[in-house]
Design a protein around this ligand. Structure first.
Ligand SMILES: Nc1ncnc2c1ncn2[C@@H]1O[C@H](COP(=O)(O)OP(=O)(O)O)[C@@H](O)[C@H]1O
Ligand SMILES: [Mg+2]
Length: 409
């Protein structure tokens, strides 16, 4: 059967992957089966005004309100609500100790500004020497980010943003302010974060897969938490879009190290068991970040989405969720990158297209082991709910979270 695809992204990796499968490229007005679209295109397609109705043989690479997870402020709001809800229902997951959540403390303490300014000040005063990071909610690639260690600096910034006639949007833009993870795990003295890929094919029930081949993104300048270096983004921000402008940027490896090599490094320096635990904790936090947005993301059978997770590991080997991108970069900066991104797309298509090779939203989306490729099943609530796993069967339908909890603890 003839399969057609459409894309509005100027990315060779998308077209090459589709053409390799014998799919035929068509325009957005034509009869397409698979649309690899930018988030805006997807949103406008789903908007009431567009009047577009997809048929059963059409799939698209975004959920219409992905911003519930990909906007920095909404992600935090949803995670906070998720924890509160679990706490109200008395779920063990929401247990606290020392006022902190014991199991769900996986995002740095964060406030939305200007709305939560007073709450921020209260928290700030508990440890006035600590560093915070300000990030505009709607931007990416390290743009507009800065670090502060004094309330006065924040006040000065706010005054200046308000009176800058050239940039009136600065004053209106909302920001998140997060506790800065000032003890990142360093390799060769440099800070890095992880970019991991997670594919979601359904939110209700939740079906998610984690790609084995993520990578670390390194800073080009050695880590230094002193005040003198607070404004040096080559020390603090791991974005490739920032680091590639640095003098020390190496175009050959692009400041990237594969997750497999990170694992080997950690196994040899810290031991196998703690490394295993770290990676389990990462999968655990990914699952709970998805559970946190599960009630608010409009799950549509036509949609799937591949998220780019940014995760920082601190020097106690605790992983922290920094943000979730709904359009992770498909640009390749190195040869390895190109291979990885080709594989990623190939593997995504293997999962979202049923075994018949023809997109069909009536398919139950249960993926065979062969089709998984380099993806690993993170969670499939269909299997959890209906499968005969002894350890999960006794748990009631509502507490899948507990099922995962026991699995991931
Ligand atoms: N709370 C934090 N503690 C330490 N580093 C952080 C924190 N938040 C962000 N960063 C650093 O800043 C980078 C950019 O932040 P991120 O939230 O991913 O925004 P962007 O959308 O600009 O990529 C991250 O990749 C990380 O290196
Ligand atoms: Mg980021």
């Amino acid at each position: 059967m003839r399969v057609t695809f459409c894309t509005d992204l100027d990315k060779n990796v998308v077209v090459a992957n589709c053409e390799k499968r014998g799919w035929i490229q068509v325009g957005p007005e034509d009869d397409w089966n698979i649309y690899w679209a930018g988030t805006l295109t997807c949103r406008s397609l789903f908007s009431v005004d567009s009047g577009y109705r997809m048929n059963d043989n059409q799939i698209i690479n975004h959920f219409p309100n992905h911003y519930e997870i990909s906007r920095k402020d909404l992600l935090v709001k949803n995670i906070k609500r998720y924890r509160r809800d679990l706490e109200k229902e008395g779920n063990v997951l929401a247990e606290r100790g020392d006022s902190k959540y014991l199991h769900l403390d996986f995002i740095p303490v964060t406030f939305v500004l200007p709305a939560d300014y007073n709450m921020f000040v209260e928290e700030y005063r508990k440890a006035p020497q600590s560093t915070w990071i300000m990030k505009p909610c709607g931007r990416s690639q390290g743009s507009g980010i800065f670090l502060i260690n004094k309330l006065s600096k924040l006040k000065r910034w706010s005054r200046e943003a308000n009176k800058n006639p050239l940039q009136p949007q600065l004053a209106k833009e909302s920001y998140v302010i997060s506790r800065y993870i000032d003890n990142p795990l360093l390799i060769g003295g440099k800070k890095f974060d992880l970019r991991l890929y997670v594919l979601v094919t359904s939110f209700r029930p939740l079906k998610a897969y984690q790609f084995r081949l993520g990578f670390c993104r390194f800073c080009t300048v050695k880590y230094d938490s002193s005040v003198a270096e607070l404004d040096n983004m080559y020390v603090h921000l791991t974005n490739v879009s920032v680091q590639k402008h640095g003098e020390e940027y190496n175009a050959l490896h692009g400041g990237k190290l594969s997750v497999q090599n990170l694992r080997l490094h950690l196994e040899s320096t810290r031991g196998k068991e703690v490394t295993e635990r770290l990676f389990d904790q990462i999968s655990w936090l990914i699952i709970h970040s998805l559970k946190a947005v599960q009630p608010v993301i409009a799950t549509d059978r036509h949609c799937f989405e591949c998220y780019g997770y940014d995760i920082i590991i601190d020097n106690k080997l605790k992983p922290w969720l920094i943000e979730v991108n709904a359009s992770p970069s498909l640009t390749s900066t190195t040869a390895n990158d190109r291979i990885l991104k080709h594989k990623l797309l190939d593997n995504i298509f293997n999962i979202v297209v049923p075994p018949s090779g023809y997109p069909d939203v009536r398919w139950n989306k249960i993926v065979s082991t062969e089709a998984l490729g380099d993806f690993e099943l993170l969670i499939d609530e269909d299997i959890l709910n209906h499968g005969n796993h002894d350890d999960t069967a006794s748990l009631d339908r509502h507490s899948n979270r507990s099922a995962n909890f026991y699995r991931w603890k």
